[in-house]
Write a protein that binds this ligand. Sequence first.
Ligand code: SF4
Length: 475
Amino acid sequence: MAGRNPVTWLGSPTFPKAAHIALGDTQLRSNLRKATTTIRTKRAGVVAELDDWERLRRAGEAIKDSVLADLDTYLSRLEESVTARGGVVHWARDADEANRIVLDLVRAQGAEEVVKVKSMATAELGLNEALEEGGVHAVETDLAELIVQLGHDRPSHILVPAIHRNRAEIKNIFDREMPERPASDEPRDLAEAARRHLRRKFLSAKVAISGANFAVADTGSIVVVESEGNGRMCVTLPETLITVMGIEKVVPSWQDLEVFLQLLPRSSTAERMNPYTSVWSGVTPGDGPSTFHLVLLDNGRTATLADRVGRQALRCIRCSACLNVCPVYERTGGQAYGSVYPGPIGAILAPQLSGDLHDEQVASLPFASSLCGACYEVCPVRINIPEVLTHLREQAVKAKGKRTPEAIAMSAAAWVFADPKRYEAMQRAGSLSRLLARDGRISRLPWPGSKWTATRDAPSIPEESFRAWWRRNRE
Ligand code: SF4
């Protein structure tokens, strides 16, 4: 559909339907459980090493909030700094505009193939598909992203897009898609096969496309952190480098960057420091790309910024810690979310960026959570994901209109709660449900309560209400 932000994958079923299918895939659940348990345990260990972790989290939150409060000022400063260092800045309102800008820049270099650093922003745009339509093939160089691309698959994790694949599955993909087959499914042989495949691409590419983890407004420096070094090959070897960055990624100064370079690796890969941190500021004659373009992407971000509760999602540094602790994600995997951003952050970011809660699939995402709060506890920038989830649930229910069962139930509840007498009468009526209880639990209620008890038990209502107890004991 023209003008739609392709943050969510068109044609995806709603989350409950997709989750139902995913839950039946035992291989998927076993792959996910193994991977998330390992990374979760490791993260907890390296975070516990720091006495000032909470202070770092609060510092990260404060820096991001102050940037968001003055985003226009910091972006203008960033543009000036990048331009002063020989870079060219472009502004893109939405996915169509960003894709057109990048395609035109690639065509201007006469390139038919480009190498890419893993980037959530370009995934959000559907850039690879847009380039392909324009006759340009984009080669993903991050190992996990390459597995997804060669497998004609979709990513299922922010940091480890192929988390749903095991070694045997990866070997099959490489056997099918690479000219030279890997010797075995040992990680070393798989990595070696990918290395040989990618080396040829790096040495022939004229243009590279990257995302950015951060951009420093004071100096116009763009920062990419990664583990494999393929990103560094991309941002140094080709003649032209195009970086696509969400406008919320700007930080004021290097001192601010220091906070995030501590928060990010421990939260994402459970490392004390990430293996590669590439930083470039415009162009430097004789060193690295001779042309640098920075595309600053809105795509629903200013609309998100306007929402007082929802805007905290823009603090996200894409570490994926919230995915690794989420009980819902662990059982369904990322593809069930039908969105470029899966897991708890996807459940709040995707609906806001897409901006269309009338879309059934988008509106199902804020409900893809048990609201246990584990995501909030691990988030390095303290995004209160449960708060945003409930806020978006309210908007999703409102978007459905006044005649839905939820809206009718909520109006009835509001009517009951508005009057103490009605409330007490309802409590008395509710206490009759104890007749259906066994050991304090009710496993079968008549409609509409059956919608709840079809999948879980309801606690039985106590014999005596607090108000009755108060009257008996205190009045
Ligand atoms: S919401 Fe927080 S925990 Fe989740 S990816 Fe973003 S920064 Fe990481």
